[in-house]
Design a protein. Structure first.
Length: 131
């Protein structure tokens, strides 16, 4: 099953999972993009000193062949209720060869929200996180 957006869901879960460099935290949903960034920074100590504009949110889109894409501030309120997992990166996290940020599939996480059947979601990590 796919990770996130456009997957049918009867009701939005009150939380989603955010991953940064191997650490996964559960965060309360917030349709405000800047509020979401602040929650992420509060929950992950290594991101507290980062400028908010340098924190990047990625998620996969089921209706688009599970493409992993950066989520813009404009679209976040439209998808925040359906996102189950996100990947966080900092501007400047790059592939050492060509300077391009490339999140790549790394880990599968199984979880079962209360009263539902088990689901498997894919979490993502950037190239430099594989080192």
């Amino acid at each position: 099953m796919s990770n996130n957006v456009n997957s049918p869901a009867p009701t939005a879960l009150p939380y989603y999972l955010a991953r940064y460099r191997g650490r996964i935290v559960a965060l309360e949903r917030d349709s405000d993009y800047q509020g979401t960034i602040k929650r992420i920074q509060k929950s992950i100590a290594k991101l507290r000193s980062a400028d908010t504009q340098d924190v990047i949110i990625f998620t996969t889109f089921a209706d688009y062949d599970n493409v992993l894409a950066q989520v813009s501030e404009d679209i976040w309120p439209k998808i925040s209720d359906s996102v189950k997992t996100i990947e966080i990166a900092l501007e400047g996290d790059t592939d050492s060869e060509d300077g391009v940020l490339r999140p790549t599939k790394n880990t599968r996480l199984n979880f079962t929200p209360g009263g539902t059947k088990p689901q498997t979601d894919t979490l993502i990590m950037t190239n430099d996180q594989r080192k």
